[in-house]
Ligand binder design. Sequence first.
Ligand SMILES: Cc1cc2nc3c(=O)[nH]c(=O)nc-3n(C[C@H](O)[C@H](O)[C@H](O)COP(=O)(O)O)c2cc1C
Length: 188
Amino acid sequence: MKNTKHLNVNEMNFYQLFKQISPEEIYDNVFTLGSKDFFAITAGKEDHYNSMIGSGGGLGILLKKPTTWCILQTTRYTLELIKKEQTYTMSYFPDEYKKQMLYLGSKSGRDSKKMEEVELTSVQTHSGGMSFKEARLIIECKLTQITTPAPDDFYAQEAKEYVKEAYKDVKEYRKYVFGEIAHVWVKK
Ligand SMILES: Cc1cc2nc3c(=O)[nH]c(=O)nc-3n(C[C@H](O)[C@H](O)[C@H](O)COP(=O)(O)O)c2cc1C
C-alpha cells in the first residue's frame, strides 16, 4: 500500500497553502467581492494583530496603481492598527467560514480577546502581514490614502440620504481607506 501522508491545514505553512498571483489574475467578480462576500480586514504583526469584517468598497486603479478601498468607522480598532502599520490584508473566505468571520465583526479587539477566541488559524504572509489559513484569497495592501467625505460631498439624492442616516448616531464621518495592492495570494 502506498504510504500517503495527509497534511492537515494547521500543519501547512504559508507557501504550501497559497500561491502568489498578480492583481490582474484575480478571477473574482469585483461586485460580489464587495457585497455578497464580506471580508476580513487585518492589521498588525504576528505578536499583535486585529481583524474586523468589512463589506462594500472595491478594487480598481488609483493614481496608476492597483488599489483597494473600503469604508471604515473611526472607532474601529483595526483602523487604528492600519494607521500605525500602514499595511493590512483583506481576506476572503469560502462560505463555510461565515460563522467564524461574523465573530470578528461582533466585537472590538480593543476590549476583547476575539483574536484568541476566533476559530480561525492565523498565518503570517511572506512580507509580515497577517491573515488566516482558511482564506481563499488574500490581498495585501499598503496604505496610500485615508479620506473623509462630508455629507455635502455627495450629490445623488439617494446617496445624500444614505449618508445622512449613517451619520445620525456617530460623531465622526466615515473614513474611506485606499491601499495599493502589494501582493495577492490564492489558495493552491
Ligand atoms: C457583515 C459585516 C460587515 C461589516 N462591514 C463593515 C464596514 O464595511 N465598515 C466598518 O467600519 N464596520 C463594518 N462592520 C463592523 C465591524 O466589523 C465590527 O464593528 C468589528 O467588531 C470592529 O472590530 P475592531 O474594533 O476590532 O476593528 C461589519 C460587520 C459585519 C458583521
